[in-house]
Design a protein around this ligand. Structure first.
Ligand SMILES: C[S@@+](CC[C@H](N)C(=O)[O-])C[C@H]1O[C@@H](n2cnc3c(N)ncnc32)[C@H](O)[C@@H]1O
Length: 297
């Protein structure tokens, strides 16, 4: 590595990175999301799609990994939109640095998600990845920003552990945040996301569990119409679950009560303790009655 490359690597290392990058010539950004994790994330996003020449808006792009990945797959105009992270952690500098080093023609757009609407522009594809649950009013934002997607909206979101235990469409509010991040406000479940995406006007909606996180993180490919599906899908991946098929709610996306919910399991334990203590109480009550009768006799 030359002296100037060493200086550049030092500069890269001085930043906080959420996405990992291999910039070539030995220059690496080690992000929170490892290369393997990002590859899995990217494959379930783009596998099966032919995005060559398509326009794409990446909402909440941060360092821009998915915008650059779209370009590398031959996308046409690509716009990376963000605000929150670009105003923190030197987020905008890292996006600009990645764009320069990767030599990718991706347009930056500074915009707050609640301000995104049809007037922002029309794109064949809109990516809305891991942003939904950060917003105070994600439903209204989803309705408005979905107007930018002429053919496909891809949403990836965290799902709440308890919410995935029911097929009722629900979303859990975290007033103090989730995990160690106060900006994680909501935890929906697949039925809720399906209902919202249908309400936003999408006709064909496919679902995938996350390859690493499982049901607690879901990806939704929402197509406007059968024609949009035909325009974009070269070969439908076997992992896509068609949510319009009523049988999948009893099989592939059935509630995961005992399997994945620690809170649910705790709930079951509490109920068991309660019923045990109730039966103990009843036993004690009847025993005391018997004793009373004995003493009266
Ligand atoms: C968890 S990161 C996801 C980054 C990227 N989409 C991914 O999947 O790796 C959430 C992103 O949403 C952005 N974001 C959250 N709230 C926002 C808002 N109100 N306006 C614009 N961007 C926002 C953050 O800045 C951050 O880049």
């Amino acid at each position: 590595m030359t002296e100037s490359a060493k200086d550049l690597q030092k500069k890269i290392d001085s930043y906080y990175w959420y996405h990992s990058f291999d910039f070539g010539n030995g220059l690496i950004a080690k992000g929170v999301k490892s290369f393997a994790y990002l590859k899995a994330d990217t494959d379930i996003l783009f596998d099966g799609l032919d995005i060559r020449g398509k326009s794409l808006l990446d909402i909440g792009a941060w360092h821009g990994h998915f915008s650059f990945a779209a370009k590398a797959r031959g996308a046409g105009r690509v716009v990376a939109a963000d605000k929150f992270a670009w105003e923190r952690h030197q987020g905008r500098e890292t996006f600009d640095l990645a764009r320069t080093l990767l030599k990718q023609d991706v347009e930056p757009l500074v915009i707050d998600v609640p301000d995104i609407s049809r007037a922002t522009g029309q794109f064949d594809i809109v990516l809305f990845l891991d942003v939904f649950y950060h917003l105070f009013d994600p439903q209204t934002c989803l309705m408005n920003l979905s107007q930018c997607a002429t053919d496909l909206l891809v949403v990836r979101t965290h799902h709440d552990h308890d919410a995935i235990c029911t097929s009722t469409p629900v979303m859990v509010f975290y007033p103090d945040g989730y995990g160690d991040d106060p900006s994680n406000r909501w935890g929906p479940n697949p039925s809720l996301m399906y209902g919202l995406l249908r309400t936003a006007g999408f006709k064909r909606i496919y679902y995938q569990d996350h390859p690493v996180a499982g049901r607690t993180r879901g990806t939704y490919h929402a197509f406007r119409s059968d024609a949009a599906l035909d325009r974009l899908v070269a070969a439908k991946p076997a992992s896509w679950i068609d949510l319009s098929d009523p049988t999948v709610w009893q099989t592939h996306v059935r509630p995961q009560y005992a399997a994945s919910s620690t809170a649910g399991q705790a709930g079951i334990r509490e109920l068991a303790i309660l019923s045990q203590s109730r039966s103990k109480l009843f036993k004690a009550f009847f025993a005391s009655l018997r004793n009373k009768r004995k003493s009266v006799r």
